[in-house]
Write a protein that binds this ligand. Structure first.
Ligand code: PMP
Length: 389
C-alpha cells in the first residue's frame, strides 16, 4: 500500500521504536519513586525533556510533557482564561479543532473571542491583527484588547507555514501573548521557539515519527502554566499523572533522528514534492492546488480535482491501495467539508473537492509516481460517471 497521510500520523521511526522497546522491556519503575528503578525512569523523562528543548530551541525547564497537542492546546487556552483578569482571544480561522472548539466554548462563556480570517490561499494578513489591536486601544472603544493570540506554525490541511516571528513581534508590541501550535511544523520546517519570540507552544510527536499519545507545552520562562487535572505533582504540578516512560523514550529516539537527519529530511521532502507534482501534471486531468504555495510545508499538497467529490476519490483510492485524506471531520456519520477550506472562502460543494496528500522523508519516490498515476485513472473514471449522471 501507499501511505500518503503523514499529517494524520506518521509511521514510527526505527530510532523511536527501538528506544521504546528498550524502555518497555528494561525500565519498569515509576519516575516519581526514589529507589533505583524510579530513578532510571526519571532519567528517561528528563532526557526526553532535554531532547524537546534542544529540538525547538527552548530551555529544558520550559518544557512540560503532556499527552499530545490536543491536551496542550486545551491547557494553554483554558489556563490563560483562568489566569488573566480580563482575557480576550484571537485565533486564526484555520486552527486545529483543539484550538477552535475551546475558543468557541470560551466565547459562549462570554470571553471575548475573535477569529482572524484568511484569504483564498489561507494566508493571514498582519494588518488585520494590527487594526484589531489599534481599534481596541482607542479611548472610546467597546472592543476588548486581545490578551492572547493563537496561531499555528503550519497548517495540517493545506500546508501553509505562517510568519510566526513577525506575528510574535506584532503581538508583543501590544502586550499580548502568542500561543503557537507547532504540531505539523516539527520535523518538516525549522522550529525555533526562542528565536521566533513565541510565548507558548503546543507540540505532538506522532506526526514526525515518534509515538502517539505524547506531546508537550513549551512555556517561556516566567510564564505560569497551571494543570488542567488535579491529584499529582508530576511535571512540577503542571501535568499530574504517572509519566508515560516508554513514550518519552520513543520521543527521545525520534528527536535524535531529527537532530541528525532533519536538514536532509527537508531537502528530501522538497524533492519528493516536485516528483509528485510532475507525475500529477503528466495525467490528463484538471486540478488546482490549494494553499499558499510560496510559504508551504514541503510534505503536504491539497489538491482539488475538477468535478470530483473528494470523498468519492478517497474511497476509490483506498480500494486501489492509496491512503490519503480530505482533512474533513466525520461527525455522526455525516462528512463535513473542511473548516479550513471553507474559511478560505470556497462554497461547500467546492470545499468538498479537497484531497490532502501528505508524505514523509521515507516515502519512496516511486510510490508518489504510482499514486499520481492511480489518481489520474480514478479521476478520469469518476469524471465519466459524473458526466453520465
Ligand atoms: N494540532 C494540529 C495542527 C494537528 O495537526 C493535530 C493532529 N491532527 C493536533 C493539533 C492534535 O494533536 P494530537 O493528535 O497529539 O492530539
Amino acid at each position: 500500500r501507499i501511505y500518503l497521510d503523514w499529517n494524520a500520523t506518521a509511521p514510527m521511526l526505527p530510532e523511536a521504536r527501538d528506544a521504546m522497546i528498550e524502555a518497555l522491556s528494561g525500565v519498569h519503575g515509576n519516575a516519581s519513586s526514589v529507589h533505583h528503578e524510579g530513578q532510571v525512569a526519571r532519567t528517561v523523562i528528563e532526557r526526553a525533556r532535554r531532547a524537546v528543548a534542544t529540538a525547538v530551541g527552548a530551555k529544558a525547564q520550559s518544557v512540560v510533557l503532556t499527552g499530545g497537542a490536543t491536551e496542550s492546546n486545551n491547557q494553554v487556552l483554558r489556563h490563560h482564561i483562568v489566569e488573566h483578569a480580563r482575557p480576550s482571544l484571537v485565533s486564526s480561522a484555520v486552527e486545529h479543532p483543539s484550538v477552535m472548539e475551546v475558543v468557541r466554548e470560551l466565547g459562549q462563556k462570554e470571553v471575548p473571542c475573535v477569529v482572524w480570517p484568511v484569504d483564498s490561499r489561507g494566508r493571514l494578513d498582519l494588518a488585520w491583527l494590527r487594526a484589531r489591536f489599534v481599534e481596541a486601544a482607542a479611548e472610546d472603544s467597546q472592543l476588548a484588547s486581545p490578551t492572547m493570540v493563537s496561531v499555528m506554525w503550519a497548517n495540517n490541511e493545506v500546508g501553509n507555514v505562517y510568519p510566526i516571528d513577525e506575528i510574535a513581534a506584532l503581538v508583543h508590541e501590544f502586550g499580548a501573548l502568542l500561543h503557537v501550535d507547532a504540531t505539523q511544523a516539527l520535523g518538516r520546517v525549522p522550529v525555533d521557539f526562542e528565536a521566533a519570540g513565541v510565548d507558548l507552544m503546543a507540540l505532538s510527536f506522532h506526526k514526525m515519527g515518534g509515538p502517539k499519545g505524547i506531546g508537550a507545552i513549551v512555556a517561556r520562562e516566567g510564564l505560569k502554566i497551571e494543570a488542567t487535572l488535579a491529584g499529582g505533582h508530576q511535571e512540577r504540578g503542571r501535568r499530574p499523572g504517572t509519566e508515560n516512560v516508554p513514550a518519552a523514550a520513543g520521543l527521545s529516539g525520534a528527536l535524535k533522528a531529527l537532530a541528525e537527519q532533519g536538514e536532509a529530511w527537508g531537502e528530501a521532502l522538497r524533492k519528493k514534492r516536485a516528483v509528485f507534482l510532475e507525475a500529477l501534471a503528466e495525467q490528463s486531468i484538471e486540478y488546482e492546488l490549494r494553499g499558499d504555495l510560496e510559504n508551504h510545508l514541503p510534505n503536504t499538497l491539497n489538491v482539488a480535482f475538477k468535478g470530483i467529490d473528494g470523498e468519492d476519490l478517497l474511497l476509490a483510492l483506498d480500494l486501489e491501495g492509496v491512503s490519503a485524506s480530505s482533512g474533513s471531520a466525520c461527525t455522526a456519520g455525516s462528512l463535513e467539508p473542511s473548516h479550513v477550506v471553507l474559511a478560505m472562502g470556497f462554497e461547500e460543494r467546492d470545499a468538498r473537492r479537497s484531497v490532502r496528500f501528505s508524505f514523509g522523508p521515507s516515502t519512496p519516490e516511486e510510490d508518489l509516481v504510482e499514486a499520481a498515476k492511480r489518481v489520474g485513472v480514478l479521476v478520469t473514471r469518476l469524471s465519466g460517471y459524473a458526466a453520465q449522471g
